[in-house]
Design a protein around this ligand. Structure first.
Ligand SMILES: Nc1ncnc2c1ncn2[C@@H]1O[C@H](COP(=O)(O)OP(=O)(O)O)[C@@H](O)[C@H]1O
Ligand SMILES: [Mg+2]
Length: 451
């Protein structure tokens, strides 16, 4: 045993033992009082027997003798004038006459009708004397009966009881240790499990799952750790996928560049085609350039290391600007813009990037004479819809198109445009949705809060 388990064990044992000792002290003090009380009652009942036989000297003699021998006691009786009228010392060995000299004040008290019970008399052979003074009254005759007994009698009973108490105490302490052991184990077991799981996680084992049903904070903690491990394993998978994707995306353009460059170097390209080869190489390099830049951009946005410059502006004006900008790439496609002026709070540059990404996708995925409709309306925020009549997206791809590098069709590089758009809109506390059917075009809906 060590660590938290040992600590818990020690503290619980200490607490239990302290409680036990307190309990035993309490009990023995109660027991002592009880014994001294019963002792008093016992002596009084003997005194009453003597009182009954006070006027009958013969009977008195036998009773007093019996009591005296039973209790190892001394008995003396005084009349109302304070003269001793009876004494029985026969059984109390070694008691001097001095003890029998009842103090005048005590005698007066008893003759005055008061019971005296004292346990603080002088020592006699290592044993205290208990004295009872009892006022007797028979047929107008008053007397004071005194009984003295040594405490050895009581002591031995108390002693044997304390011995039993000691045994009980020892057994109770053993039980305390056992209890403390069980409790400390029960409490620390789940904590140790959690500790071990956390250690495994720190070593990179994210598959570990804790099963703890304690129905308390420890169970909550274990659930949190499970969620953490799950998230870490997701992140790890993302990281691996990311590296795999990046590698994959780089490989194709690099292959083309290498192949074309080698062909040019080896002079196996006909002169009239050389220019085309070089153009292709430049195009692939541009693709790679774009890939690197977009990746960097997305990482920055995701890690929130960019600083957004929030300001109020008219979103409709921004849409007009964007439509103007895409004129060069739209070809013969028709772009309709409708809607109303709407002031929102946001970073104009980044929002432009997001919207531009979506509109250029629409252009890319519609036919030469396609139609793209852009609309801005106010509905619980600013809602931009970008609708095209292009090829549409297969239902099975829809949930993934916002993921990095996801492409519904295997051609061209990139696949980051929608991821970037989504992250930017998220930073504006907005949301983006897509509705599409293959062959029927796609509609993207962006919603951002109004200012
Ligand atoms: N308007 C659209 N019509 C059809 N498919 C689309 C449209 N917009 C996006 N997609 C699909 O979603 C994928 C991801 O888009 P995006 O993240 O912008 O990457 P990229 O355009 O570089 O391929 C695209 O490859 C395409 O398959
Ligand atoms: Mg795109």
């Amino acid at each position: 045993m060590k660590g938290i388990r040992l600590k818990l064990f020690i503290y619980t044992s200490l607490l239990m033992i302290l409680l036990l000792i307190f309990n035993i002290l309490l009990q023995s003090s109660i027991l002592n009082r009880y014994y001294s009380n019963t002792e008093k009652d016992k002596l009084i009942s003997y005194a009453k027997v003597i009182e009954k036989n006070l006027l009958n000297p013969e009977e008195l003699e036998t009773e007093a003798d019996r009591i005296s021998s039973n209790l190892n006691a001394r008995i003396s009786i005084y009349d109302d004038r304070g003269n001793i009228i009876y004494k029985n010392y026969s059984h109390m060995m070694g008691m001097t006459g001095k003890i029998m000299n009842i103090e005048k004040s005590n005698l007066d008290l008893v003759l005055g009708g008061q019971i005296i019970y004292r346990t603080d008399e002088a020592m006699l052979r290592q044993s205290k004397i208990i004295s009872l003074g009892y006022p007797a009254k028979v047929n107008n005759t008053e007397a004071a009966i005194f009984i003295h007994i040594p405490t050895v009698e009581i002591k031995s009973t108390v002693e044997s009881l304390s011995k039993q108490f000691t045994y009980l105490l020892l057994i109770a302490i053993l039980i305390s240790f056992l209890g403390a052991y069980i409790i400390s184990n029960k409490f620390t077991e789940p904590i140790l499990k959690i500790k071990n799981a956390a250690k495994k996680i720190s070593e990179g084992d994210y598959d570990i799952r804790l099963k703890i049903n304690t129905d308390d904070e420890i169970e909550e903690l274990s659930n949190t750790i499970n969620v953490m491990a799950e998230n870490l394993s997701k992140t790890e998978k993302l990281r691996r996928d990311f590296i795999a994707n990046v590698t994959h995306e780089f490989r194709t353009p690099l292959g083309i560049i290498k192949g074309y460059a080698e062909a040019l170097y080896d002079d196996i390209v006909p002169n009239e085609e050389k220019k085309q080869y070089i153009e292709d190489i430049i195009e692939e390099v541009e693709k790679l350039n774009r890939l690197v830049n977009e990746n960097l951009e997305l990482s920055k946005i995701e890690s929130k290391s960019i600083k957004l410059n929030f300001q109020d502006f008219n979103l409709y004006d921004l849409l007009k600007d964007i439509v103007d900008k895409v004129k060069i790439i739209k070809g013969n496609r028709k772009i309709n813009l409708s809607g109303q002026d709407l002031i929102i709070k946001g970073d104009m540059e980044y929002l432009e990037r997001a919207i531009l990404n979506i509109i250029s996708n629409s252009i890319k995925h519609t036919k030469e004479d396609g139609l793209i409709e852009i609309d801005l309306k106010s509905d619980n925020g600013a809602v931009i819809t970008i609708k095209d009549d292009g090829e549409g997206i297969d239902e099975k791809h829809l949930p993934y198109i916002f993921e990095r590098f996801y492409r519904a069709k295997e051609k061209g590089a990139g696949g980051l445009g929608l991821s970037i758009a989504k992250e930017i809109i998220k930073l504006h506390s907005g949301e983006i949705k897509v509705y599409s059917k293959i062959g029927e075009g796609s509609t993207f809906e962006i919603k951002v809060p109004k200012s």
